[in-house]
Write a protein that binds this ligand. Structure first.
Ligand code: PHE
Length: 536
């Protein structure tokens, strides 16, 4: 039979943002599907941890118990047009769409401001503690040569954040003007690491290291392509920081909302172990769960991270070498978060208090993130949750080592409390007296994610990713997920990849009518995320 004779049912692997959004799209086109999820949870790298799940279940947005959480995965949306497919304002943007379709008002997804920067948060580098509003020059932190540091006197007067902004200015402006053209410009620099590009622009090793120390994670400048660096800079700075949002009650309100409105609910605890050709050009999924058998579909959309896909048996499939190579090679960054529950929101009562924002340091915890939620409670003596450490790259690989045994975890908590005390100019005794509980999660050690998000190394956008932006197995196996899109590490990339895979299904089926319906209902997709930049 030709593909069009097969009943069109799609098997979606993974119930994260990409898998759920693919389901939303397929529902709107009247196409049947199953979502097969390996873990016992819907949401993937959207994951809201609640210190007391039972109390939360009985709470309302007016109770402190409602805010007893932190977002372990995705936690914030820059207020840029590029995110509009999720955050609005259009009726077909995901959040408004969920809100128009959930049956219970309490399932509505509420966006609130995400406070990215606040005055009076801290920077602690080289044992010098300053307020965040002080420009982080090498001079201010005594890291210049004359202070027995490394940075030359002239560069020591410059704000590294501004230097990085000026280095990337041409590229970010091009992205703002026309995303596709800007992306194509970035491809001219794709073969270079951030460091090698900065060297080519005349910066010295110590200058580059100081920039990386202030602006990025340890070793990111060595590991990532200049194109990736410019894209990241564009997303972090394109819109005013006043326009960022997060979700009141946790990001999982989005994945929960999608789960409520889709017609076929995810099948949990069902790791796919093999994808094999089946009769009539179909594909079968072998699933490693007590009772479920093989499932056969006309199309399969894989949305799982490539590290997880790597252990799925694909040997009987017709993949080309570029595809096998890309699955193994494309780089995922480590990231972890350590959330701590304190007796009070003590940071809102410091001599110079603040709400939201982040503090930064060269200590192991590197970055703390204060909650942007729970501000309007009548009782401001309620417990508070903050992200004591949110880190990437080598910072995360290193602290992650201390999560492996209970003894090492005890050590880690001590280190975190010690760093917090130093970073906030309070005593260790004070921090210890406030401490209630912690929850730590390392995305690289999690078997279903095997990495936090894709961050590509030199050459990977240009030479490696393109092979997975097209289907395999005669147009029936589709590769989605946050990695296979224009910039990674944001929920929009998962969502955009899902759109592409659904479009691929429709193309393989030669359903021009449904392609038109997809574009009409959900809007067009930019060319880069459709994989078309590879043909330019
Ligand atoms: N989007 C994530 C954040 O808000 C992660 C990210 C890390 C994005 C590094 C780009 C680069 O922190």
């Amino acid at each position: 039979p030709t593909p069009r004779d097969i009943p069109l049912k799609v098997g979606i692997i993974g119930a994260g943002a990409a898998g759920l959004y693919a389901a939303v799209l397929l529902d709107s086109l009247g196409i049947e599907y199953d979502i097969i999820e390996a873990s016992d949870r819907v949401g993937g790298r959207i994951y809201t941890y609640r210190f007391n799940e039972t109390a939360w279940l009985n709470s309302t947005p007016d109770d402190p118990d409602y805010y007893d959480y932190f977002d372990v995965g995705a936690m914030r949306f820059p207020g840029m047009d590029y995110m509009a497919r999720i955050t609005g304002p259009y009726n077909n943007s995901l959040i408004p769409y969920i809100n128009a379709h959930v049956s219970s008002p309490k399932d509505k997804v509420v966006q609130i401001p995400y406070i990215y920067t606040a005055n009076n948060t801290f920077r602690l580098y080289n044992e010098v503690l300053l307020y965040n509003q002080v420009p982080p020059t090498a001079d201010a932190f005594n890291t210049e040569l004359t202070d027995n540091g490394t940075v030359d006197a002239q560069f020591a007067q410059l704000d590294p954040t501004k230097v990085w902004a000026s280095v990337t200015q041409k590229m970010t402006a091009a992205l703002s003007e026309t995303f596709t053209a800007g992306f194509n410009l970035l491809m001219d620099y794709d073969y270079q690491s951030i460091r090698s590009y900065l060297v080519s622009q005349g910066y010295t090793g110590p200058q580059i290291d100081w920039m990386e120390t202030i602006d990025d994670a340890t070793d990111h400048y060595d590991m990532y392509s200049m194109s990736q660096g410019a894209l990241t800079q564009w997303i972090f700075t394109e819109s005013s920081i006043d326009n960022w949002t997060c979700i009141n009650g946790g990001m999982d309100r989005i994945t929960y909302g999608m789960e409520q409105i889709i017609s076929s609910k995810p099948i949990l605890n069902s790791p796919v172990t093999a994808i094999k050709p089946a009769s009539g050009g179909q594909l079968s999924l072998e699933i490693d769960s007590g009772n479920s058998k093989k499932r056969t579909y006309a199309h399969v959309i894989s949305t799982i991270p490539l590290g997880a896909l790597q252990i799925v048996d694909l040997t009987e499939l017709d993949l080309n070498y570029g595809q096998r190579h890309a699955i193994r090679k494309l780089n995922y960054d480590p990231a972890l978060k350590i959330g701590i529950k304190f007796k009070t929101q003590w940071w809102e009562k410091l001599p110079a208090p603040f709400k939201g924002g982040q503090s930064y340091s060269d200590l192991p915890i590197r970055r703390s993130v204060y909650p942007s939620y729970g501000f309007d409670l009548p009782d401001d003596t309620a417990p508070g949750v903050m992200i004591a450490s949110y880190i990437w790259g080598q910072d995360s690989t290193r602290l992650g080592a201390y999560l492996r045994t209970p003894e090492a975890r005890d050590t880690l908590v001590k280190v975190v409390l010690y760093d917090l005390a130093a970073m906030h100019n309070v005593t260790l005794e004070f921090i210890e007296s406030e401490y209630l509980d912690y929850y730590a999660w390392d995305w690289y050690q999690s078997e279903w994610s095997v990495g936090a998000f894709a961050i590509f190394s030199a050459g990977q956008y240009y030479n490696v990713m393109p092979s997975l932006m097209v289907p395999a197995e005669n147009g029936h196996l589709h590769f989605g997920g946050e990695a296979l899109s224009s910039g990674h590490a944001w929920v929009i990339r998962a969502i955009n990849s899902a759109y592409r895979t659904v479009l691929e299904v429709l193309k393989a089926e030669e359903r021009d009518d449904l392609i038109e319906k997809l574009v009409q209902t959900w809007g067009p997709m930019n060319e880069v995320d459709l994989g078309w930049y590879t043909h330019i």
